[in-house]
Design a protein around this ligand. Structure first.
Ligand SMILES: N[C@@H](CCC(=O)N[C@@H](CS)C(=O)NCC(=O)O)C(=O)O
Length: 201
């Protein structure tokens, strides 16, 4: 299998972390790309008409995309149980929350990097951060007992999201007001799968 990827994408990181957690890493080779909404390479479009990464090229079927679909597929291939039936809706909701944090982070980056200076909206950027801040509050208030449980894909996704906030928006100080979440993150960030996939640069 081949993964259309980029080392800095938090969505790609979800897949890469899952590959390490499940022992499937040596079955997937990466096709590194540089992509943005304004400049999408053909190999991304041929794998995903939406022009987004990650996309997984399978040996025995059409390409699949969206990190949630890829992660669920690879988990099933490995029989790893990262989407346990008994907690499925919680795991999927947690993964959706993490993905939503990443969506807002990526939109903030695009707004400041891709838009011409005079067209940028500070209010819009702050509205994206407000979504992230509300999600962090909800995680701190309602999700800590789930996070204390066995590893699942929601937790891996959340670790990727928090790592991406650290990487791009460290100055926002997300740990302030979220001590339990910060303590949980210290633990999961030390896992081999997270250390080996941390964004650098
Ligand atoms: N929901 C998608 C989001 C993927 C996504 O937004 N990826 C970014 C890179 S971090 C991308 O490909 N952006 C290019 C674009 O939006 O055209 C997923 O989970 O895979």
């Amino acid at each position: 299998m081949q993964l259309v990827s980029s080392p800095l994408s938090p969505f790609v990181r979800k897949v890469r972390a899952l590959l390490h957690e499940t022992g499937l890493a040596d079955q997937v080779t990466e096709i590194p790309v540089t992509t943005s909404p304004l400049d999408t390479p053909p190999e991304v479009i041929s794998a995903n008409p939406l022009g987004r990464i990650p996309a997984l090229l399978r040996d025995d079927g059409p390409a699949i995309y969206d990190s949630r679909v890829i992660c669920r597929y690879l988990d099933a291939q490995a029989g790893a149980g990262l989407y346990p039936e008994a907690r499925l809706w919680d795991v999927l909701t947690l993964e959706a929350t993490a993905d939503g944090i990443m969506d807002s982070c990526v939109l903030m980056i695009y707004e400041t990097r891709l838009r011409a200076e005079g067209a940028r909206s500070e209010a819009w950027v702050e509205a994206q951060w407000a979504k992230i801040a509300r999600a962090l509050d909800a995680l701190e208030a309602r999700w800590m007992s789930h996070l204390a449980g066995p590893l699942d894909m929601g937790q891996i996704a959340l670790a990727c999201a928090l790592g991406y906030i650290d990487f791009r928006f460290d100055a926002r100080g997300w740990r302030t007001g979220h001590p339990a979440l910060a303590a949980w993150y210290e633990g999961i960030a030390a896992r081999d799968s997270m250390a080996r996939t941390a964004p650098m640069g």
